[in-house]
Design a protein around this ligand. Structure first.
Ligand code: HEC
Length: 151
């Protein structure tokens, strides 16, 4: 399948896409699978963090920092895992992802920023900063799904 974009991508975006594990792989059938796996990894990171931050589990700063780092890495990978033309089944991504690419990538950036703040707070042992950042994390998941994902 030829790689094409309906609109001229900023150079940076083209480079990110090209760099994400190879263009051929990024446009292949596996890309939907790969981004769903990434989302599921984020879901389990969020679960680990919520157990700690919402007080049902033991607060372990190292585990929290590790989960936050994993979350940030997965969030930074999001733009490269949504190449143009990858909205086919079984994907539940809306076409709005590509029509509103700037907003989509901005939400991914909000998530990675929040995850980085969360990691820093965990390393510093600041529970309050960690819970503030965690609220921002879950808000970015929700905001992006509401705009860009079918139920
Ligand atoms: C920038 C947008 C964006 C952000 C931020 C985002 N998601 Fe998603 N998410 C999507 C889209 C789009 C899909 C649909 C992907 C597909 O099916 O191709 C999805 C799918 C999922 C799925 C379903 C995976 C599957 O196997 O069907 C889960 C679970 C998920 N996201 C969890 C999360 C969690 C948890 C967060 C926050 C930590 C998050 N997402 C943040 C856009 C986002």
């Amino acid at each position: 399948m030829a790689f094409s974009l309906r609109f001229a991508p900023p150079l940076g975006l083209a480079l990110v896409l090209a760099a994400s594990a190879g263009l051929a792989w990024a446009t292949g059938a596996d890309v939907i699978q790969a981004r769903r796996e990434g989302m599921k990894t984020m879901k389990s990171d969020v679960r680990i963090l919520s157990e700690m931050i919402e007080g049902q589990g033991v607060v372990d700063p190292q585990t929290a920092a590790r989960s936050a780092r994993s979350l940030g890495e997965a969030a930074r990978a999001i733009p490269g895992l949504f190449p143009e033309g990858s909205a086919r089944p079984p994907s539940t991504a809306r076409l709005a992802v590509w029509a509103d690419w700037a907003q989509f990538t901005d939400l991914a950036r909000q998530l990675s920023d929040a995850a980085e703040d969360l990691e820093r707070a965990a390393v510093n042992g600041s529970f309050e900063d960690a819970s503030d950042a965690f609220v921002r994390v879950t808000r970015s998941c929700r905001n992006c799904h509401r705009a860009f994902k079918e139920d």
